[in-house]
Design a protein around this ligand. Structure first.
Ligand code: ASP
Length: 333
């Protein structure tokens, strides 16, 4: 009898262990070893958002234990890619890397097909990237003062590149035109990578773009760097001599491009937590830090890497930008 009880207890213990193991397996099923996690970039490959995403994908691969791939879904200033993720299966395999447009699109672009505040799960913020005002190498101006003279002489004849209505380059270009009191001709692309090619080739004249895309081009003199959009000058060697727009006389001009990671609404809480944990590991990855800092980016280490703070920050940025955009009189129907 004693023996029997013992046996029954052992069987029960084994059964409990088996249940635990199945439970652990069920929990461990995400991410499945044979499935990659896709980071959707709402701009074409080779541009600044793509640069951040590719470096991040590499750094998140290890903590997630599966491949992390980048899917470029450019167009409509970042709205197409964002919409793709808003409507994607909420299974943890599709995430979105997007920038400040998540906060400016709701004011800049009327009728966007998704709701920034309720169609996504917020997974944490990544970094902040300054912008630069750059020009084609043949432009007859060598500093920001000469650039403003040239802009005033040529106005609407000037082709101002951007990554589409609602993009960061579009916002920066709109603010620049409002601050200078001139209207230039906007030339939209599906990302600033192709716009950069045309700027180098002289097909367009000027552009605002993130340092993650412009640093190397300014350094090699493929384009002319005129100013930075931050309140302080940058320390990156290739950019340290560029004046800020504020010191160049454009009062209150300040725009920095922050990035955050999002999942479709309804992504399971456990997957959200794992993605956030992997993001935090990536943000401490020395290789990721080195690559991003070399391009002028500042990696977030504050509480904005927490999903709740990320969400609060985006909501505050929507409030911050709405009056500025409205005051500049810029929006797209
Ligand atoms: N820099 C672009 C923008 O203006 C986006 C990109 O091509 O990454 O938003």
């Amino acid at each position: 009898m004693k023996h029997l009880i013992h046996k029954t207890a052992a069987v029960a213990a084994l059964a409990a262990l088996a249940t635990l193991a199945t439970g652990a397996l069920a929990q461990g099923q995400w991410p499945a070893k044979d499935r990659a996690i896709t980071i959707v970039v709402p701009f074409v490959a080779g541009g600044p958002t793509d640069r951040v995403a590719r470096d991040l994908a590499e750094a998140m691969r290890k903590p997630l234990g599966v491949s992390v791939v980048v899917d470029n879904a450019g167009g409509a200033g970042g709205a197409i890619g964002a919409n793709k993720v808003a409507k994607a299966q909420p299974d943890g395999y599709t995430v979105l890397l997007h920038h400040i447009s998540m906060a400016t699109m709701p004011t800049l672009v009327r009728n966007i097909p998704f709701k920034v505040e309720s169609d996504f799960e917020y997974l944490g913020m990544v970094n902040e990237v300054p912008m630069t005002v750059i020009g084609r190498p043949t432009l007859p101006a060598n500093n920001f003062r000469e650039l403003t003279t040239w802009i005033n002489q040529n106005k609407a004849k000037i082709n101002l590149g951007n990554a589409g209505v609602g993009s960061a380059s579009h916002l920066c270009g709109l603010l620049l035109q409002a601050a200078l009191g001139v209207d230039m001709t906007a030339i939209p692309y599906k990302g600033t990578a192709p716009a950069m090619t045309d700027l180098i080739g002289g097909q367009i004249d000027i552009m605002c773009d993130q340092t993650t895309n412009t640093t190397a081009q300014i350094e090699t003199k493929n384009v002319k760097g005129f100013a930075v959009t931050t309140t302080k000058r940058l320390t990156t060697p290739a950019l340290k001599d560029l004046p800020t727009l504020q010191e160049s006389g454009l009062k209150d001009f300040q725009v920095s491009i922050w990035h955050g990671l999002y999942a479709p609404k309804g992504t399971p809480a456990a997957e959200q937590a794992r993605l956030n944990a992997a993001l935090k590991v990536a943000l401490k990855d020395p290789d990721f830090i080195k690559k991003q800092e070399g391009l002028g980016a500042v990696i977030f280490t504050d509480n904005r890497v927490e999903p709740a703070e990320h969400k609060k920050f985006v909501a505050s940025e929507i409030q911050k930008w709405a009056p500025i955009i409205k005051k500049a009189g810029v929006y797209i129907d």
